[in-house]
Ligand binder design. Sequence first.
Ligand code: MG
Length: 252
Amino acid sequence: MKKLYRIEHDGAPRYAVERDGAWRLVTGDIYGAWSEGAEIGAEGARLLAPVQPSKIVCVGLNYKDHAAEQNKPLPPEPLLFIKPSTAVIGPGEVIQSPGWAGRIDHEAELGIVIGKRAHRVPLQHTQDYVLGLIAVNDVTARDLQNKDGQYTRCKGFDTFAPIGPCVAMGLDGRDLSVRGYVNGHLRQDSRTRELIFTIPELITFITSIMTLLPGDIISTGTPSGIGPIVPGDSVTVHVEGVGALTNGVVLQ
Ligand code: MG
């Protein structure tokens, strides 16, 4: 398995692959032909959002325990919504909490990064369209979600889509731990084997509706244990094999 990071290197964004502690700069197109070049010392390099999706397609209520927590029945098919590209931030950037919006929650999720244009992908070919896996925090203005009855406003604020810290390539997503921490305290703790709709099922379902572009992310839903975050907090999403995505929270 290798980890694809996007870092600031000599003042410019570059991709780098980390494997067994060694970092190598990437030359070429990560969605096309690319190769690993010179080894670099990457200690202290600033990590950037690993990809720049045109959209993040999110799945609501995709863990049995979270559906129970929300007092909602298990969905017969995936419930989808979209977070805008403008909500994306990278590791270490701050979530800006609108003070007027009421309760703001963390949602720790596994994300799937699409590697090539995907349209009506059959179940048996979905893996060919996956670049790798990523951690996502589906930050949500919970009071606005309840008030609006739909998700555009509550999920769409700038900074409400932290992603990172890397794209883990060649990682089997069927049984990974997904954890959420606030100020170091464990709040969410589940495994992707608890998903109602699996990664291949989601890719087939979503690409039967819309075309996914390279860099687009499917965020697979959050397990139980969601809860509020407030200015001053530090929130971490940890996905086994991908790593920890940590962001502070400030008042907007
Ligand atoms: Mg979510």
